[in-house]
Design a protein around this ligand. Structure first.
Ligand code: FAD
Length: 485
């Protein structure tokens, strides 16, 4: 243990952020770095618990007390080796993970949890600077060929692991650039795209081949996959939930991903082949209170929106722990993201009933109504009814629908392969084998699990790779999540 009294001496500290007015002027990341002393103090707060709940709180099983220890001692290479033994891409999770490890941190019972996510980000950034992140060229070559379809975090993690196991890996991606939602969903101000490019370069140097603008089931026939010994399907959960109300067809009502993808392409100088969607000078309404909605808020403010309002159907979550919301359900508490700090009116328990347009078919307002929720004995919302007389119009010229995703796209790949989907519409595969209903086809990430988190996508990609390796070789050389460094 680094410093036995660290948690008593130092409070949790997060790095400074660029002032709101400055950061709204551009799309760059705005979270600054710790000084050496601050980083050392934050790592010293780890109590090295007998049973470190942070391990199991992390879907990757990150070995957190050990890397905190190494950071406290200034052993950077060791810290990097520990962290990268369970996480292929700490530079992604260190920036955008909701950090379930911190929710599970025992220090969080009486004080603020250890700043694990920031420590993780510092370890990997230092590792890149010091040259510890090197291509992972396997000494063994199995002679087996594996295709990965979809280059989001799940596909990238599976590719990295399968390459490490000695297989020849080809990744197909339908977009012009690799990264999935890291590239074209999550805005640059949360994750600068050079961070993805830097990692993809290392993967290419490790021997992984990437084929972009290659949609399997469309411009690449699914039959091309016949030549591979195994295939990982990691196409994500891409069909957005719609709001089928009168006026949905008006000009100005869009899915959030149409808006976000376009902005990410603009920043990345990629060609945009759809009608321009800008929030500039408009009253923007964001419907949906999750990460996607929050990214629409931050992007709208950077466009220079006249106003930004966000509606959520569910009631406002509690702002502090209570009997109904005790530790460790910390993430369920009211979450204010950095985008909300930049300006947004948030309203909960609101249903949108209709969109109204002008005589040219342009959106001009939304009709909304307040909801009253019934709760169960634990205070959890169960049923709602509309509040009589609360119906009203609010002016808006741009709506972003950010109400989640239903399932993967069926047309093309899934239909051509004839693989089964489960009752939720996700690709059917057992929890333990990741194998679909077609023998050599495996699946991981949002395509199997439904809409989730980057950390889960990486975890699924890694676990799926183990199963593919076992399928090809009879046993696997890849580490399991349970293996402790
Ligand atoms: P994806 O990232 O969706 O990648 C799938 C890839 O497959 C895509 O690139 C797609 O083009 C490609 N593809 C699909 N079909 C084919 C085909 N037939 N041929 C070739 N390629 C194909 N999670 C967090 O943890 N933190 C956040 O802050 C966060 N913010 C988010 C913000 C937004 C706007 C959204 C939409 C999601 C966010 N998430 C966040 C969730 C997270 O991004 C996803 O859970 C994660 O990216 C899923 O990874 P994946 O690899 O399974 O799929």
């Amino acid at each position: 243990m680094g410093k036995a009294t660290g948690f008593l001496e130092f409070d949790r500290l997060l790095p400074q952020k660029e002032a709101v007015e400055n950061r709204k002027q551009n799309y760059q990341e705005f979270v600054q770095t710790y000084s050496d002393e601050q980083l050392n103090n934050q790592a010293a707060r780890c109590m090295n618990c007998g049973i470190p709940f942070c391990h199991s709180g992390c879907p990757l099983g990150n070995v957190i007390p050990e890397f905190n220890d190494a950071v406290y001692d200034g052993k950077w290479e060791e810290a990097y080796n520990i962290l990268s033994s369970t996480n292929n891409f700490p530079e992604f999770t260190g920036r955008i993970c909701p950090a379930p490890c911190e929710s599970a941190c025992v220090l969080g019972i009486n004080k603020n949890p250890v700043a694990i996510e920031e420590i993780e980000k510092h370890i990997i950034e230092i590792a890149y600077k010091k040259g510890y992140v090197q291509p992972n060229k396997s000494n063994i070559k199995t002679g087996k060929k594996v295709a990965v379809v979809g280059a989001g975090p799940a596909g990238l993690a599976a590719a990295a692991q399968l390459n490490k196991a000695g297989h020849d890996v080809v990744v197909y991606e339908r977009d012009d650039k690799v990264g999935g939602l890291l590239r074209y969903g999550i805005p640059d101000f949360k994750l600068d795209k050079s961070v993805i490019d830097r990692r993809v370069e290392v993967m290419q140097e490790s021997g992984i081949e990437f084929r972009t603008n290659a949609e399997v089931g469309k411009n690449v026939p699914a039959s091309e996959l016949d030549q591979y010994d195994a295939v990982v399907l990691s196409g994500g959960s891409t069909i957005p939930r719609n709001l089928n109300i009168p006026g949905r067809e008006l000009k100005g009502v869009h899915y959030a991903m149409e808006f976000l993808k376009q902005q990410n392409k603009r920043v990345g100088n990629s060609p945009i082949d759809t009608e321009e969607i800008l929030a500039t000078g408009r009253n923007v309404l964001v419907i949906g209170g999750g990460d996607t909605g929050s990214d629409c808020v931050g992007t709208s403010n950077r466009h220079g929106a006249k106003s930004v309002t966000q509606f959520e159907l569910m009631p406002q979550p509690p702002q502090s722990r209570s009997a109904a919301m005790p530790w460790p359900t910390y993430p369920m508490l009211l979450k204010t993201t950095t985008s909300h700090e930049e300006g947004c009116q948030r309203h909960w328990s609101i249903s949108t009933k209709e969109f109204l347009g002008d005589d040219k078919g342009n959106l001009r307002a939304a009709v909304i109504v307040d909801l009253e929720w019934e709760t169960d004995a634990l205070g959890r919302p169960t049923k709602f009814k509309e509040v009589e007389g609360s119906e009203r119009e609010i002016p808006c010229e741009l709506v972003n629908l950010a109400m989640g995703f239903l399932h993967p796209q069926f047309e093309g790949l899934i239909q051509q392969l004839g693989i089964a989907v489960d009752e939720r519409g996700n690709v059917k595969a057992s929890e333990n084998s990741y194998q679909t209903t077609a023998s050599k086809y495996f699946t991981a990430g949002d395509m199997r699990r439904g809409q989730s988190l980057v950390v889960w996508a990486i975890s699924e990609g890694r676990e799926c790779a183990r199963k593919v390796d076992e399928f090809l070789m009879g046993s696997t050389v890849l580490e399991s999540k349970e293996a402790v460094y």
